[in-house]
Write a protein that binds this ligand. Structure first.
Ligand code: DAH
Length: 339
């Protein structure tokens, strides 16, 4: 038994010295000192020894355990240190290398102008609402005083899902949806995507964006319309901007008008941008037609309102002097980075 213990000590010494990793040393610890290890196996046979031999062998066994434990601790430490040195060598880095700048994104010009526009109207007490792009003919046309046979539909041909379901051609249906749900006072704007079956060119796209506005209350007059829209344009394009209203026709407003603003490029003298006019058409508007109010269960004798519709593309193009609408959709970073 003594010999067996000495043998264990010897082979443990050799194997531990030869171990090349912390994991290998751990394996050896289990092999020699573990519950099912070689040393334990010997100790289990102590019962067979004579009472005189037992303390001697017991003492020796303890010595062996002590020695192996020390070997293991020392070798583990050695290996860990070697590992660290190796890592320090391998992972040296050149701190003088220039860093990599993360690419920082920017808001699309649409989003920038839309945010400004929302701020302006929020400041005037408007709410911002949104509505469905897949719309019923009923809301897109019928309720806005454009029955099936109405010639004004010709200018707003769109994509039909079924005969009565279509991609909205304007944000105006949100006037109806709002008035059906909410009773006056109403003050909303509704930005959103609209669709028309137009071919793509520098000023047309089958998908574009509008912002609808609607105010309904007691005693709302055309002066309120003028004041609100003039304020809006001045906030967006500067105090010096002038506006003018020209009579127009929309089936859902009476009277109706188109609003022009003085050309922001030449200040009204006439240039290539405004085609010598000095004015740029910017939106359609008018007093909500009594029939439309009635359609929504609002008494036109008691309430009146005004509405307007602005093309976002137009506003953005004016704002940044962009002459081709397609640039706004192409997502070419060389273009977008300028804003
Ligand atoms: N919906 C019209 C269009 O798409 C724009 C418009 C004009 C909206 C007059 C209005 C309005 O609310 O009163 O051309």
């Amino acid at each position: 038994m003594k010999q067996a213990l000495e043998q264990i000590q010897k082979s443990a010494d050799e194997l531990i010295a030869a171990a090349q990793s912390v994991a290998q040393v751990e394996e050896l610890r289990v092999r020699f000192l573990g519950k099912k290890g070689e040393l334990t196996a010997i100790l289990k046979q102590m019962g067979k020894l004579s009472p005189e031999e037992r303390p001697v062998v017991g003492a020796l066994a303890n010595e062996v355990r002590e020695a192996i434990t020390q070997d293991i601790t020392a070798r583990t430490k050695e290996l860990q240190e070697a590992q660290l040195q190796q890592r320090l060598l391998e992972e040296t880095m050149d701190v003088t290398l220039p860093g990599e700048r993360p690419v920082q994104g920017k808001r699309h010009p649409f989003e920038k102008v839309l945010r400004e526009l929302k701020e302006i109207f929020l400041g005037m007490g408007f709410d911002v609402v949104s509505g469905p792009e897949v719309e019923l003919d009923h809301y897109n046309f019928e309720m806005l005083n454009m029955p099936k046979s109405h010639p004004a539909r010709d200018t707003q041909d769109t994509f039909y899902i079924t005969e009565n379901v279509l991609l909205r051609t304007q944000t105006s249906p949100m006037q109806i949806r709002t008035m059906e749900k909410t009773k006056p006072p109403i003050r909303i704007i509704c930005p959103g995507r609209v669709y028309r079956s137009d071919a793509v060119d520098a000023t047309h796209s089958p998908i574009f964006h509008q912002i609808e506005g609607l105010v309904v209350d007691e005693n709302v007059t055309f002066s309120d319309l003028k004041g609100t829209l003039e304020m809006f344009i001045k906030k967006l394009y500067g105090e010096g901007t002038r506006v003018r209203f020209r009579p127009h026709h929309f089936p859902y407003t009476e009277p109706s008008a188109e609003m022009d603003m003085s050309c922001f490029k030449c200040g009204g003298k006439g240039c290539s941008l405004c085609k010598g006019e000095g004015w740029i058409e910017i939106l359609g508007c008018g007093m909500v037609h009594p029939k439309v109010l009635e359609n929504c269960g609002i008494d036109p004798e008691k309430y009146s309102g005004f509405a307007f519709g602005v093309g976002l593309e137009r506003i953005v193009m004016m704002r940044y002097g962009i002459d081709d609408m397609r640039l706004l959709y192409e997502n070419d970073l060389r273009f977008l980075k300028q804003f």
